[in-house]
Design a protein around this ligand. Structure first.
Ligand SMILES: Nc1ncnc2c1ncn2[C@@H]1O[C@H](COP(=O)(O)OP(=O)(O)OP(=O)(O)O)[C@@H](O)[C@H]1O
Length: 226
């Protein structure tokens, strides 16, 4: 299945009126495919990601994850859905300073009730997939910025999410490391069969992504095509 945003409109309070952050946005991202949402500051990219993550409820429209429409779900149901079906990668890795790379990942799976042994196996497999097999025992301060972001990406995949949402993952990295991170996210999207949305303001990295959706003033100018 996939991620489907259908006719999404989102407004925020703005003095006496309301500001339209997303204006009738429709975006379908199949499993195993990556849509890059690109646009200038304030165009609505973060709002799009927050709606897709079910962290903000839109004024109108439907978010469907893995075939499940989220409209009308209770807060508890949404928390459960996020925990099992959505992986998120933010600009800054926000790793726990006292945990090793493997432990950062294991914690995620154990919170979801997976056995420690299975969690360890998946953590080591994912660290291998992001090129950090040899650094599983390192703590965040013993890793470079790019390596920390790789741990962050592996952590988001721990619970085998349907949907992977990635917010400006290269903002703290130089060009070369940034390009490597986008390549990695593209490869993992195919390998782990996630429906991935990557938000960025920088199109220089976007040579290999499946589709580009341009966000301008809350509208998708070029809706992503298959
Ligand atoms: N909580 C809020 N309350 C009111 N207005 C908001 C709120 N969050 C965002 N906005 C406004 O909504 C619009 C879209 O913001 P959003 O953060 O989605 O843009 P963005 O494309 O992610 O920007 P950036 O690239 O700078 O992060 C902007 O005009 C912003 O000022």
């Amino acid at each position: 299945m996939s991620l489907n945003l259908t006719d999404i409109t989102l407004t925020y309070p703005d003095g006496d009126s309301r500001l339209t952050a997303l204006d009738n946005v429709t975006l379908d991202v199949p499993k195993g495919s990556l849509a890059a949402a690109i646009g200038p500051s304030g165009s609505g990219k973060s709002s799009l990601l927050a709606v897709a993550a079910t962290l903000i409820t839109p004024d109108t429209g439907t978010v469907t994850i893995d075939g499940l429409p989220t409209t009308g779900m209770s807060r508890g149901e949404l928390t459960d859905l996020r925990r099992h079906k959505i992986g998120m990668v933010f600009q800054q890795p926000n790793l726990l300073p006292s945990l090793t790379a493997a432990e950062q990942l294991q914690v995620m799976a154990q919170l979801n009730g997976r056995s420690p042994a299975k969690a360890r196996t998946r953590a080591l497999d994912l660290l291998d997939a992001v090129g950090l097999a040899d650094l599983a025992g390192r703590r965040p301060h013993q890793l470079s910025g790019g390596q920390r972001q790789r741990v962050n990406i592996a952590r988001a995949l721990m619970n085998k999410p349907t949907v992977l949402l990635v917010d400006e993952p290269t903002s703290a990295l130089d060009h070369e490391r940034g390009a490597a991170i986008i390549d990695l996210i593209t490869r993992l999207t195919h390998q782990q069969a996630t429906a991935t949305v990557l938000v960025t303001h920088d199109r220089t990295h976007l040579t290999a992504v499946d589709r580009i959706a341009e966000v301008h003033d809350g509208r998708l100018l070029h809706p992503a095509q298959s």
